[in-house]
Design a protein around this ligand. Structure first.
Ligand SMILES: O=P(O)(O)OC[C@H]1O[C@H](OP(=O)(O)OP(=O)(O)O)[C@H](O)[C@@H]1O
Ligand code: HPA
Ligand SMILES: [Mg+2]
Length: 172
């Protein structure tokens, strides 16, 4: 039985690491767009995807940047059969998106893949790019930088703060 709490197997990502990994994602995508290698626009999935989306747009000199807001919630009866559902609560500009061709849709992480699955249904020709990917959802990402095991919780820098920790060998 696995009775470990989510925060007990944690991958803590600093701002610096996030910046490096987002830059690596941009460089991987450079020249891979459908129009002579160019991408038309970057769309960040709020909220976590806005940080890598900005960095990718900056690295690749893409000035058209939009966002899509997805709200996730748990549905189902008892705790055991609860499922994570997702709903789009704010769409990007339709004139920018079309069917998604040439559009880079960026998120910080793919976990179950539900968020990307929902958005892919709306923009089937878009390219989906994430910084981190867990195995269950990684097939939903066309490009990602770092694999993280399914039972690891990723802590992003905007959810953390520097704080004092006791020395390993405490004073008596
Ligand atoms: O692959 P999935 O299982 O769908 O999970 C991945 C999504 O979950 C997190 O966002 P969250 O919905 O928690 O919202 P936030 O970005 O606003 O923090 C993360 O930023 C991804 O967008
Ligand atoms: O590992 C995670 N970290 C932060 N947010 C998340 N949302 C789904 N999985 C995660
Ligand atoms: Mg998110």
């Amino acid at each position: 039985m696995n009775d470990r709490l989510p925060h007990e197997k944690g991958f803590h990502v600093s701002w610096d690491q996030m910046h490096r990994d987002s830059r690596a994602l941009a460089w991987r995508l450079d020249g891979k767009g459908p129009d002579n290698g160019a991408w038309k626009a970057v769309v960040g999935i709020t909220r976590g995807g806005l940080v890598p989306a900005m960095i990718v747009a900056r690295e690749l000199d893409i000035r058209v940047v939009d966002s899509i807001s997805v709200k996730s919630y748990h549905s189902g009866g008892g705790k055991a059969d609860q499922r994570r559902e997702a709903q789009v609560i704010k769409a990007p500009q339709p004139e920018v998106m079309g069917d998604g061709a040439g559009i880079l849709i960026v998120d910080d992480l793919v976990d179950s893949g539900k968020t990307l699955e929902l958005i892919r249904g709306l923009y089937p020709k878009a390219h989906f790019a994430c910084v981190y990917a867990k195995p269950e959802g990684e097939k939903q990402a066309d490009t990602y930088i770092t694999s993280v095991s399914q039972d690891t919780w990723i802590f992003f820098p905007w959810d953390m703060a520097l704080q004092y920790v006791q020395p390993f060998r405490g004073a008596d």
